[in-house]
Design a protein around this ligand. Structure first.
Ligand SMILES: NC(=O)c1ccc[n+]([C@@H]2O[C@H](COP(=O)([O-])OP(=O)(O)OC[C@H]3O[C@@H](n4cnc5c(N)ncnc54)[C@H](OP(=O)(O)O)[C@@H]3O)[C@@H](O)[C@H]2O)c1
Length: 283
């Protein structure tokens, strides 16, 4: 029991967070399962000696600090933080209100910062720890109808990439996870908010794009349970990767395919996969 690592996961009441929590437990770790609705979190992950359910709204630093205190009181340490909680404000930039943009950035970027800010003093004291943040393909590829979400995920990537250099000297490692499409509740009305405004110039494209997104809910290609199992294996490595692309890439619904997106995708693919491809061709 003493050498079991402690995983602290945000958004563990539904979606990918539940799968990650279950995979961490199955791998023999202890778990701090957090969420805004502790009843839902407890129902999703179950009760066990190795599980602590704690309330946490990632948009509040005070809430994050209280959750970390509860985790330390109970387990005495935090080895792995998984910044998983998220939501999706979908729509064209101009049709999203300034408040919606702010809400997206608050949950997608400031939220993980809040929780990490609360956890880092613990990890610095330990001189060990792993900070894992769930980004997205939208954190490396821009796409219409995703401008707010992509802004939050690009921000998350830049922050994590920089944070790495700041905390590595304390024995703290970072991993950015970039999932493709997974069958969670992200595209349901509980997690997706469509643009509040309506502008004539966008009307036709909105009329095409929104139903395409809505139709995809529950039909995403990839299985989050598989991602979760693989994520735990990846993070459990002595030296986890700085970036981990999870699940097949798939173009998001769009009224047209932006060339910038295609170019960027190709650049990313060339950057990530050349060695393996070349090695396969040579054999
Ligand atoms: N599913 C995909 O295809 C996909 C692809 C790329 C990246 N991602 C990323 O994966 C992560 C998990 O998303 P998911 O697909 O599992 O979505 P999901 O099924 O909608 O689950 C979202 C989770 O985040 C929680 N959450 C939202 N706002 C929160 C807040 N302020 N404080 C605490 N918890 C909050 C939700 O809790 P409540 O029940 O309290 O709302 C829920 O547990 C997100 O960061 C998302 O951007 C998902």
């Amino acid at each position: 029991m003493a050498d079991k690592t402690v995983w602290f996961i945000t958004g563990a009441g539904r979606g990918m967070g539940v799968d990650i929590a279950e995979a961490a437990l199955a791998a023999g770790h202890r778990l701090v399962a957090t969420g805004r609705n502790t009843k839902a979190v407890a129902g999703a992950v179950g009760e066990a000696d190795d599980v602590l359910v704690v309330t946490l709204d990632i948009t509040s630093l005070v809430s994050a600090e209280a959750a970390v205190r509860a985790a330390i009181d109970h387990f005495g340490r935090i080895d792995v933080l998984v910044n998983n909680a998220g939501n999706f404000f979908a729509g064209f930039f101009e049709e999203l209100t300034a408040t919606q943009i702010e809400q997206q950035l608050t949950t997608g970027l400031v939220g993980p910062m809040n929780v990490t800010r609360a956890v880092l003093p613990v990890m610095r004291k330990q001189r060990s720890g792993k900070v894992v943040s769930i980004s997205s393909t939208a954190g490396i590829v821009g796409q219409e109808f995703c401008s707010a979400y992509a802004a939050s995920k690009f921000g998350l990537e830049g922050w994590m990439e920089s944070l790495r250099f700041e905390i590595e000297p304390f024995g703290i490692q970072t991993t950015i996870v970039e999932p493709g499409f997974f069958r969670t509740q992200l595209l349901t009305s509980e997690s997706t908010t469509y643009a509040d405004l309506s502008i004539d110039d966008y009307a036709e494209r909105t009329a095409q794009t929104r139903p395409a997104w809505e139709a995809m809910s529950g039909k995403q290609t990839n299985d989050p349970a598989k991602l979760a199992k693989a994520l735990v294996t990846v993070v459990d490595q002595k030296q986890p990767p700085l970036r981990w692309v999870a699940g097949a890439r798939q173009l998001q619904p769009s009224s047209r395919r932006p060339t910038s997106c295609s170019r960027r995708s190709m650049r990313t693919a060339t950057y990530r996969r050349p060695r393996r491809r070349r090695a396969l061709k040579q054999t």
